[in-house]
Design a protein. Structure first.
Length: 601
């Protein structure tokens, strides 16, 4: 075989992971800067010509390479390729036999030199060979010093922008988006960690940017073109890929592509966001309202896969959101809503119309005019605005006009969902036989309204506990085992003698804890008790009027508990996360809503 091969050669030999990959990219018509490969046979020829033997005396080995000369015919062949490709400056990059593997990448272990001119080329080639036995390589490779090295000599692109891309997010198992990092200039500063890049999440389905951290240097058209190239490379290799790229003018170049090392999606960490008395019908509407509704607010870019676990002991449903998936971060939802405020306002106006429709239907109670599909459709339209209104008070950088819209909706229209849910269940109950009416909490919309009732035994099994995930209900004997199979870990909070939260209304009071989760619990609540719950709803009004203080797991400044506490002027601490896990019935606690803490005696 030749000692030097060009970038259009057929792959019939192992030239090392990096060079093999470049040849494969060229063979699949990807735009790769021109290059030639100094093969491992040239390395062996160089060693033999200079009578250098590989030994465990690495320092001596490196000195011998440094002072050695190239055979004349090898030197001539190298510079003939330089002339043939008309290079002025190149990158000299290693391509060792153990590099860019699926288990170990050897990323950054061997030498790479940028902007190398003709007079320094041979020196840099020798420095790459020397790096085979550098201390860091020996330590990383468990003394794989017997490896051989090919070297890539590649045209330097004076890039306007450079970056690294992962065809899937290596920290999330959703696989719904690619991660692209970009910085101005050459990409070496990014790979070496010398700069903080702009980070883009790009939807694989739509090629559109879902999240920007930092200044977005690329246009939407450029992002789309780059994402299509990324997905093409993933298809060629049939595995998630780690890709180095750059852009000069409007041209995108691929500099390197390798499998994401030992790719294994990390555990998805879920956190509890709310706990409510929710029927399966309400759960369905919640899921569709959040998922479909917020998708429309973010131009179909929002990814939302909540987890619902029914607790048969407390008879409540715990709702968990994915803390790992950046697409579920509310800040990103607001980013898109304020990016196209005109569209957001149009959807807001539709939500107001839906509120009017629901109110009129509920007030008229016209049996002949009730269409359950139309009724639920209007519930779904208003759902995202009530949800996002509750969170709007958390974030400082939301457009002021948008924040006011959301808070206004939360304050003035949130109650309509409660009315609508109650009305829908009354309609459902009127359809059911007495046997099924007792189990209405455990029926689906379609089962009730499309007359597709399951057996009563099937319904009773749901009462023992279930999981609703990805729009499917599953009966689960062992929740921990189910979570493990789905690669999900529930985020827990630490116990302690002091619970911290956010002040909704100040004051200080000592009293007895009374946990309330559902209306049936109201009878145990006594005047002056400390109400501890996940979050209050309008149903709680009778006990809120006699409560000494309110402590909740959830909520922001616009949540129901905060609003009512300010109206009633009672101490209130919200967003404690784990209050219902730590504060038990009968405990004597001090609610210090001046400092936002609950002290347990």
């Amino acid at each position: 075989m030749n000692y030097i091969i060009g970038d259009k050669e057929e792959i019939n030999y192992d030239f090392g992971g990096k060079a093999n990959s470049l040849l494969k990219l060229v063979g699949n018509n990807l735009n790769v800067p021109r290059f030639f490969i100094i093969t491992s046979k040239a390395y062996e020829k160089f060693l033999k010509f200079n009578h250098i033997e590989i030994s465990n005396d690495y320092e001596q080995f490196k000195k011998e390479i440094e002072t050695a000369n190239f055979p004349k015919d090898l030197e001539d062949e190298i510079f003939s390729f330089w002339k043939k490709y008309n290079f002025t400056a190149v990158a000299v990059r290693s391509s060792a036999s153990n590099e860019d593997g699926s288990i170990k990448s050897f990323a950054g272990q061997y030498e790479t030199f940028l902007n190398v001119d003709k007079k320094d080329l041979l020196i840099k080639i020798k420095n790459c060979w020397k790096s085979l036995v550098e201390d860091n390589v020996v330590a990383y490779s468990n003394d794989e010093s017997n490896q051989v090295m090919n070297i890539i000599v590649q045209e330097m692109i004076d890039a306007d922008y450079s970056g690294v891309a992962f065809s899937v997010n290596p920290t999330d198992s959703g696989n719904n988006y690619s991660v692209i990092e970009v910085c101005p200039g050459l990409g070496e500063q990014l790979v070496s960690g010398n700069v903080t890049p702009t980070t883009l999440l790009v939807r694989r389905q739509t090629f559109r940017s879902d999240l920007t951290k930092g200044q977005c240097y690329l246009t939407e058209e450029e992002i789309t073109r780059l994402e299509k190239i990324i997905l093409k490379i993933e298809k060629i290799y049939a595995t998630p890929m780690d890709i180095e790229w750059c852009m000069k003018g409007k041209t995108i170049y691929i500099l390197q592509a390798r499998a994401i090392t030992a790719y294994n999606p990390s555990v998805n960490l879920y956190r509890k966001v709310i706990s409510r008395e929710k029927t399966i019908i309400e759960t369905e509407i919640y899921y569709k309202g959040e998922y479909e509704g917020i998708k429309s607010l973010t131009k179909d870019l929002y990814y939302f896969k909540p987890l619902f676990i029914y607790d048969k002991e407390k008879e409540i449903t715990n709702v968990y959101y994915n803390d790992t998936a950046l697409e579920e971060d509310p800040k990103n939802i607001y980013y898109y809503m304020q990016k196209d405020l005109k569209k957001t306002k149009e959807l807001y106006d539709k939500a107001l119309s839906s509120c009017k429709y629901l109110n009129e239907m509920i007030d008229s109670n016209d049996e002949s005019d009730f269409n359950y599909k139309e009724f639920i459709h209007n519930m779904l339209i208003i759902y995202p605005f009530t949800s996002l209104g509750n969170l709007a008070g958390y974030f400082e950088n939301i457009n002021r006009e948008l924040q006011e819209l959301l808070i206004e909706f939360r304050n003035n229209y949130d109650y309509i969902l409660y009315k609508a849910n109650e009305y829908l269940h009354v309609k459902a109950k009127n359809i059911l036989t007495k046997e099924y009416q007792e189990h209405i909490k455990f029926l689906f919309i379609e089962e009730v309204f499309e007359n597709k009732m399951p057996s009563i035994d099937t319904v009773k099994k749901r009462e023992n506990g279930y999981i609703f995930f990805d729009n499917k209900l599953e009966l689960v004997d062992n929740i921990s085992s189910w979570l493990e199979t789905k690669n999900i870990l529930i985020k827990s909070f630490q116990d302690g003698k002091i619970i911290n939260g956010n002040v909704a209304y100040n004051g200080k009071i000592t009293g007895k804890v009374c946990q309330i989760f559902k209306k049936e619990d109201f009878k145990k609540f006594e005047k002056g008790d400390i109400l501890v719950t996940t979050m209050t709803t309008p149903k709680f009004t009778p006990i809120l009027k006699i409560a000494g203080a309110i402590v909740t797991d959830e909520g922001g400044i616009t949540c129901h508990a905060a609003i009512i506490a300010r109206e009633l002027k009672i101490p209130c601490i919200i967003g404690c996360k784990n209050a219902t896990e730590i504060l038990k019935d009968g405990m004597i606690v001090e609610v210090n809503a001046n400092e936002g803490i609950v002290n347990i005696f």
